[in-house]
Design a protein around this ligand. Structure first.
Ligand SMILES: NC(=O)c1ccc[n+]([C@@H]2O[C@H](COP(=O)([O-])OP(=O)(O)OC[C@H]3O[C@@H](n4cnc5c(N)ncnc54)[C@H](O)[C@@H]3O)[C@@H](O)[C@H]2O)c1
Length: 284
């Protein structure tokens, strides 16, 4: 039996943003590993599509509509899940959105949505689930979606980049809190490189400045053409989590290169270095 099956089979998984992309890939993989999967997404229809896929593949799943930007919705999710099941073995705080546009051009509402979904969504997921995980007394695994973007700078994706730097720091501190309290809860930072998803969907993010849409379209095309296959990436993520690794990567060589750049930047204290890509896709 492989380590991921040994660790996860028979347990309950809760995955936010599982109606699309990485969330769907993780949910389907958790189903294949023999978990009962709670597919949580703000979009109930796409969450149900993920459930149908898992059931077709012989797994068990249920869809629950949740907006992770609303703290009380995560409380309600945790309440429902723990009323139906005695423990949650795997929690993945995955829901996230991309926002493009220069800092001063992104409207306040879009800044707030980005922070509330990408950062507060992760914090409230942990705040709602961890007390119940502790009370269950069972071993559990939490994965929070970071990004290679958590280690670099990307102009005109500032809102997104800020949230990923913050989620990375959050997971590092959370890991240490578990250690300090001697709790059987493993924390991982999940660092996707570039995976083929719709995060830069062609329709654009609600409220984004119109002039930034060229940047969005260029990123969408790049991920479509060069992004990693989701099944492969999500298999790797759960394999690494089952080994209790803090660092979980889809493309370790890409992570190493970008983290190496950050180490150099911090050590040498240079001015921020413009990524080549930023110049290539820069818009007015
Ligand atoms: N795709 C990549 O290459 C990549 C790289 C680095 C990090 N990530 C991270 O992976 C995570 C998933 O991204 P993806 O690429 O699969 O994107 P995606 O757009 O394909 O999927 C995101 C899902 O989150 C859901 N969602 C959005 N707002 C929500 C809310 N308020 N409440 C609940 N669900 C909500 C969407 O409905 C969608 O189903 C994100 O946190 C993203 O930052 C992705």
């Amino acid at each position: 039996m492989t380590r991921d099956v040994e660790v996860f089979a028979g347990g309950v998984a809760v995955i936010t943003g599982a109606g699309s992309g990485i969330g769907t890939g993780l949910a389907r993989r958790a189903g294949v590993l023999g978990m009962t999967v709670v597919v949580a997404d703000v979009n109930e229809a796409t969450a149900q599509t993920t459930v149908d896929a898992i059931v077709t593949e012989g797994g068990k799943a249920e869809a629950i509509a949740v907006d992770v930007s609303q703290p009380e919705e995560l409380d309600r999710l945790a309440e429902i899940v723990f009323a139906r099941h005695d423990a949650v073995r795997l929690l993945i705080n995955n829901a996230g959105i991309e926002t493009v546009g220069y800092t001063w051009e992104v409207p306040t509402a879009r800044w707030e949505a980005t922070l509330n979904i990408n950062l507060h969504g992760v914090i409230h997921g942990v705040r709602a689930f961890v007390p119940r995980m502790i009370a269950s007394g069972k071993e559990a695994w939490i994965g929070n979606l970071s990004s290679v973007g958590a280690f670099g700078q990307m102009p005109a994706q500032t809102a997104y980049t800020v949230t990923k730097h913050a989620v990375q720091a959050f997971s590092e501190c959370l890991y240490l809190e578990m250690e300090l309290k001697n709790l059987p809860i493993h924390v991982s930072t999940i660092v996707p490189g570039m995976m083929r998803t719709n995060i830069f969907n062609a329709e654009g993010g609600e409220g984004e400045p119109g002039q930034s849409q060229g940047h969005r379209r260029a990123m969408f095309a790049m991920m479509r053409d060069y992004g990693m296959d989701l099944d492969e990436g999500c298999r790797l993520f759960l394999e690494q989590m089952a080994e209790n690794r803090f660092w979980v990567h889809s493309q370790p060589e890409m992570s190493t290169q970008i983290i190496g750049g950050r180490v150099k930047f911090l050590t040498e204290q240079t001015a921020p270095l413009m990524p080549d890509l930023a110049r290539e896709i820069a818009v007015d």
